[in-house]
Design a binder for this molecule. Structure first.
Ligand code: PLP
Length: 398
């Protein structure tokens, strides 16, 4: 399949291209330095050294100790290991978990399974109209049976950043392990685990110009964690399986590059994001920004439009050479409105008209202006096909 002559990628929350510098760092570990990190011979030691260097790089960015860094196969596995691992390790203490109603399914479905199949009790906290959890709600939900709090750092659909440090403070005061899914925040926000007051934190390399299929779970020392994968003693017995050295090297290289240039990249991309948001809201009637107007990821612009289907907008944008998303890549194809948008209190009808444009390093002002030049026409034409269309009243968002 060929891409159209014009191709503008604005779906960086789904995944990113691997940075060529990352590929370069990975390559020797496929064909030359291919040892198994557990082998004691020179090739094994070479692989082991590369892995431990990568672990130190990640630990430095997290402000953590290297032995607190566990390499996993993806963000989903990190979330699963954090939640199930703590839940099963803490069963004698209690069975109550606190999470939010807008988590990625890697967290939400894991909590639901623990509830339905294993007798845990889960509190799904509401969010405000911008998608923010109130830390006081977290405090109020804690019981003497609470064994884990898991709240995402930044939302994948609407970009809202949660008050993680405040929530972490509450968890710490009660001695309850606190996990955050930082998969969307990995390349753009501060990851210092002490400043964030987190005990567990999930990352995934493909969201910050690293390869797909490699993740990290940070586990603060002494945080209870039952391994979910048993076998050899890899990752200090916490995650069995021969370590994927080229990908581990790739993850660490990508994370280092992202954090070296974080502030200047964020500044540039946030300017593009703001131009995009203003342009959309100024030129398209019955268009609403979803997520928080200020506390949002620097690259995330998300909207709902009355009277159109998100999927139709995507198809038209795609025909015009723009890759976008209606929300989470993992739920595209679903006819159900997004659980995130409904949790924001938006009317169900308008939730179907969602569009997420997520910017990245390669996007330019011209890209943004191109989208702004075609999107109003696409929405207008789609609405013209829907004779019953009337503007959907959305609660005033002061
Ligand atoms: N958590 C969040 C917030 C995500 O956005 C994603 C992926 O989109 C994941 C977890 C899952 O990560 P992975 O694709 O590495 O399994």
């Amino acid at each position: 399949m060929q891409r159209p002559a014009k191709f503008i990628y604005m779906d960086h929350a789904a995944t990113t291209a691997v940075d060529p510098r990352v590929v370069e760092a990975m390559l020797p570990y496929f064909t030359e330095k291919y040892g198994n990190a557990s082998s004691i011979h020179a090739a094994g030691r070479e692989a082991h050294e590369a892995m431990e260097n990568a672990r130190r790089t990640v630990a430095d960015i997290l402000g953590a100790h290297p032995e607190e860094v566990i390499f996993t196969s993806c963000g989903t596995e990190s979330d699963n290991l954090a939640i199930r691992g703590v839940a099963f390790a803490s069963r004698k203490k209690g069975n109550h978990i606190i999470t939010s109603s807008i988590e990625h399914h890697a967290v939400g479905h894991t909590c639901e399974q623990l509830e339905k199949e294993f007798g845990f009790e889960v509190t799904y906290l509401p969010v405000d109209q911008y998608g923010r959890v109130d830390p006081d709600d977290v405090g109020r939900a804690i019981t003497d049976k609470t064994i884990l709090i898991t709240i995402m750092y930044a939302n994948n659909e609407v970009g809202t950043i949660q008050p993680i440090a405040e929530i972490g403070k509450i968890a710490r005061a009660k001695g309850i392990p606190f996990h955050t899914d930082a998969v969307q925040a990995g390349g753009t926000l501060d990851l210092n685990v002490d400043a964030l007051n987190v005990d567990l934190l999930s990352l995934s390399a493909h969201k910050f110009y690293g390869p797909k299929g490699i993740g990290v779970l940070y586990q603060r020392r002494l945080t209870p964690l039952l391994p979910m994968q048993t076998g050899g003693g890899h990752e200090r017995g916490r995650r069995a399986g021969t370590e994927n050295i080229p990908y581990i090297v790739g993850l660490a290289t990508a994370l280092k590059l992202a954090h070296e240039h974080r502030e200047q990249n964020n500044r540039r991309i946030a300017q593009l994001r703001d131009r995009l948001i203003k342009g959309v809201l100024d030129t398209i009637p019955d268009a609403y920004l979803t997520g928080h107007p200020a506390d949002r990821l620097p690259n995330s612009a998300s909207f709902v439009f009355g009277g159109v289907e998100g999927e139709s907008i995507l198809l038209h944008l795609d025909m015009m050479g723009v890759a976008a998303s209606s929300g989470s890549a993992c739920t595209s194809g679903s006819t159900e409105p997004s659980h995130v948008l409904t949790a924001l209190g938006l009317p169900v009808e308008i939730c179907h008209g969602s569009l997420r444009l997520t910017l990245g390093n390669e996007n330019t002002e011209e890209d943004v202006d191109y989208v702004l030049s075609i999107l109003p026409g696409i929405i207008h034409n789609l609405r013209a096909l829907s004779p019953s269309y009337e503007a959907t009243p959305v609660k005033e968002r002061s």
